[in-house]
Write a protein that binds this ligand. Structure first.
Ligand code: ADP
Ligand code: ADP
Length: 235
């Protein structure tokens, strides 16, 4: 079954006199439990697509369905803020951690801002620290951790509210090969244990090999789709 579907998404940007068609009539479905990789050269529209799927940006045309229900206001404030906080977690290439806060404070932040009570925060954070294997690093600051550990803090923060959809933009772009593999194993584990669905934008075929499906973009068009051998998806 499906968790997120877009139909006929188009997005143009004005760049002076020039109109750039970042996405042209893109349709795709993210199935429950699936890891979807998105590949394509620089400028092919991957980030634009991820921002629209994450309700961070508005398409010019097209429809978005969440859990098979058409969401007319998916990308419109204030509804989009609710969509993001309830359904979506974001992971970035640059980790985007707050260096003045400890690991546990970084991970707790979304819950503190939501006004969740302290005892519940402690329970939820401990669960996620175990999931990303960072027990013992609670009181370190990001600058005291390796790149892979920092990305695992960012992942714990992204999943702290138990989002059903995880969106990752080049999550291994700053990591070495073996660390990237560890992070991909973690994405697989989270998909299985937390019943998530994940979309990963990547340039790296090794990263894409962990996905269930790979979509290739070129000049704003979804060009090719490739099914991998990782077949445990509930389609
Ligand atoms: P990718 O993530 O595949 O590198 P992007 O989605 O970032 O591609 O960009 C797609 C196209 O849209 C590119 O030509 C890019 O220059 C253009 N673009 C992206 N964001 C903007 C913007 N805010 N203003 C103008 N052009 C943009
Ligand atoms: P990159 O993958 O190139 O390092 P990011 O994916 O971190 O870049 O962010 C690309 C752009 O998306 C940012 O410049 C920002 O405008 C926007 N963005 C990213 N995350 C958020 C967010 N949580 N809320 C609002 N805008 C965001």
């Amino acid at each position: 079954s499906e968790v997120l579907r877009v139909e006929g998404i188009s997005k143009k940007y004005a760049n002076g006199d020039e109109i750039i068609e970042a996405l042209k009539n893109v349709s795709l479905t993210l199935h429950k439990g699936e890891i979807l990789a998105i590949m394509g050269s620089s400028g092919s529209g991957k980030s634009t697509l991820l921002h629209i799927l994450g309700a961070l940006d508005v398409p010019d045309e097209g429809k978005i369905y969440l859990n098979n229900i058409y969401e007319k206001n998916y990308c419109k404030e204030p509804y989009s803020t609710q969509i993001r906080s309830k359904y979506i977690g974001f992971v970035f290439q640059q980790f985007n951690l707050i260096n003045d806060l400890t690991v546990i404070e970084n991970i707790s932040l979304p819950l503190i801002l939501d006004g969740v009570e302290d005892s519940l925060i402690h329970k939820m954070v401990t669960e996620k620290l175990e999931m990303v294997d960072l027990i013992g690093k609670e009181h370190n600051r990001p600058c005291e951790l390796s790149g892979g550990q920092q990305q695992r803090v960012a992942i714990a923060r992204a999943i702290i509210t138990n989002p059903k959809i995880l969106l990752a933009d080049e999550p291994t772009g700053n990591l070495d090969y073996n660390t990237a593999k560890d992070i991909m194993s973690l994405f697989i584990k989270m998909n299985n244990e937390l019943k998530q669905s994940t979309i990963i934008v990547t340039h790296d075929p090794m990263v894409a090999s962990y996905a269930d499906r790979v979509l290739f973009f070129h000049d704003g068009i979804l060009k090719n789709e490739y099914q991998t051998n990782n077949t445990d998806t509930d389609i």
